[in-house]
Design a protein around this ligand. Structure first.
Ligand SMILES: [Zn+2]
Length: 489
């Protein structure tokens, strides 16, 4: 697709806007296999930055990385009854290898609980071997019927943390802690505010005791589940004989947790921040933070401007306030394109800042800095460029979070709402609706059937309404818990 064809706007068709944007900004492309995608360098650069930030956070909280095989014996999946029931419909199974039929079919991992806990069982004997705090960066395959770039594809990249503990409470603390790590990452790095809470029984992970999740509101007011953290109880430990000798000398089953986030977050990033001009990437995750666009007409000007651009790039890259990290600066040296075409190109791709640099600017020892988020322009002295760029990047990062949070709050409903109004709202512009739930799964199912909205989570205390809802959204009976209802991806 050419750059110059205008994007469909969000108001015209949000879904078409998203698909076009991902393709035109060259974040990803469709692969020859239906439902698979290629993550292109612009998208993969964001993923690499997500990975390195999260990886550091996992290590700070005591986790180590390991790698487990892609193939899982089919019998492993069958050992945990709920797990196999949840995942069987979407597994890819290898039946042949090296031209021969396999004795036991191999599942291409949809998630790795089974194979990882079978190995933990081999490694853990005593309470002294606990806790085990491990993470793996990997790809997984889930045979989805309806796919969307980044949001739902047959194969995707993720990390899955897997831990084993001596007690329920330690596992619970771990599951909650990692939910907090994800929240810090999503708000601090992605500038994407999230609501945290617990999934209902019908929405929890197959085989878990409790599932916690992070729900973000996209610009079409639908929810995106951006990550999950599970207290698995002893379900997998029992299935895989993951036992240890306790301090008191008894033999106990371990308690497990697992938690994961994936390349789906890139879809969330796009749908949270981007506009009708293009993608917006928060500075902390932008592979390039500042693009220098040299402006010139004559050859003599060209040499002078490019020489200055090189000098600026070098000095900004090594700028001491950023040490030991580097400011990520590039120069658009492409010939035969107008400056306007270059601006358009980088705005589409979401580079947070650009520096326009022409011969007249150089005479004044200045450049023009332009923000991607509000497109504000300002002349800046080249002597102060490092400070200005750094301050603006911080400001943009903060502004993006504030804007996203304000948008979410504008579309959150916390006052009593009739079921008829709720239904109309879900069919119309959508919202995050905080309302009561009697606790009956039949009400939950009926709402889903009638409105396509689900209970995204039973929100954590900090997200609950000041006035606790008293009646169930659906049946009007006494409310047992406050629930966050929305349509979701
Ligand atoms: Zn009810």
């Amino acid at each position: 697709m050419a750059d110059d064809k205008k994007l469909t706007t969000r108001a015209e068709d949000f879904s078409a806007w998203y698909n076009e944007l991902v393709l035109k900004a060259e974040l990803a492309d469709y692969a020859p296999v239906r439902g698979c995608m290629v993550i292109r360098p612009n998208g993969y650069g964001i993923w690499e930055r997500m990975q390195s930030a999260l990886d550091a956070m996992f290590k700070e909280t005591g986790h180590v990385n390991a790698y487990f095989p892609l193939f899982i014996p089919l019998s492993f999946l069958q050992k945990e009854a709920q797990h196999v029931e949840g995942f069987a419909p979407e597994t890819a199974v290898v039946t042949h290898g090296g031209g021969k039929e396999l004795e036991e079919p191999l599942v291409v991992r949809p998630t790795s609980e089974t194979i990882i806990y079978s190995m933990f069982a081999k490694w853990v004997q005593s309470y002294r071997d606990l806790p085990v705090l491990m993470n793996q960066w990997a790809n997984v395959v889930r045979w989805e019927m309806r796919t969307r770039l980044f949001l739902r594809t047959l194969e995707f990249l993720w990390q899955e943390g897997h831990t084993a503990h001596a007690t329920h409470d330690e596992a619970e603390e771990e599951a909650r802690k990692m939910l907090g790590v994800y929240r810090d990452f999503m708000e601090g790095w992605m500038a994407m505010p999230v609501v945290t809470g617990r999934k209902t029984e019908s929405e929890k992970f197959a085989g878990a005791l409790r599932t916690y999740c992070l729900e973000a509101m996209m610009q079409d007011n639908k929810a995106l589940q951006a990550g999950t953290s599970h207290n698995l109880g002893q379900n997998f430990a029992k299935a895989f004989d993951l036992k240890f000798q306790s301090e008191a000398g008894t033999i106990e089953y371990a308690w497990n947790t697992s938690w994961g986030v994936s390349t789906r977050m890139i879809g969330g990033l796009v749908m949270t921040h981007s506009d009708d001009v293009g993608v917006q990437v928060p500075p902390l995750l932008a592979p390039i933070e500042l693009m220098i666009v040299p402006i010139y007409r004559k050859d003599e000007e060209r040499a002078r401007v490019l020489e200055a651009a090189d000098r600026i790039r070098r000095s900004l890259s090594d700028w001491e306030r950023r040490a030991p990290n580097r400011l990520r600066v590039e120069i658009d040296r492409r010939e035969g394109l107008t400056p306007g075409a270059k601006y358009f190109h980088w705005e589409l791709r979401g580079i947070p800042l650009r520096l326009e640099l022409g011969p007249r600017d150089l005479e004044k020892n200045q450049g023009i800095l332009v923000r991607r988020d509000n497109r504000e322009k300002r002349p800046v002295s080249l002597d102060m460029l490092g400070e200005e760029v750094e301050d603006l990047l911080e400001l943009i990062q903060e502004s993006m979070l504030i804007a996203a949070r304000e948008r979410r709050e504008r579309h959150s409903v916390r006052k009593a709402i009739s079921y008829a109004d709720f239904r109309q709202l879900m069919e119309g512009e959508g919202a995050f609706v905080y309302a009561g739930w009697c606790g009956d799964p039949r009400c939950e199912a009926a709402v889903k059937e009638e409105t396509k909205a689900t209970i995204r989570c039973l929100p954590d205390e900090e997200f609950q309404s000041a006035v606790t809802p008293t009646t169930c959204l659906k049946c009007g009976a006494k409310s047992a818990e406050e629930a966050l209802w929305a349509r979701a991806y």
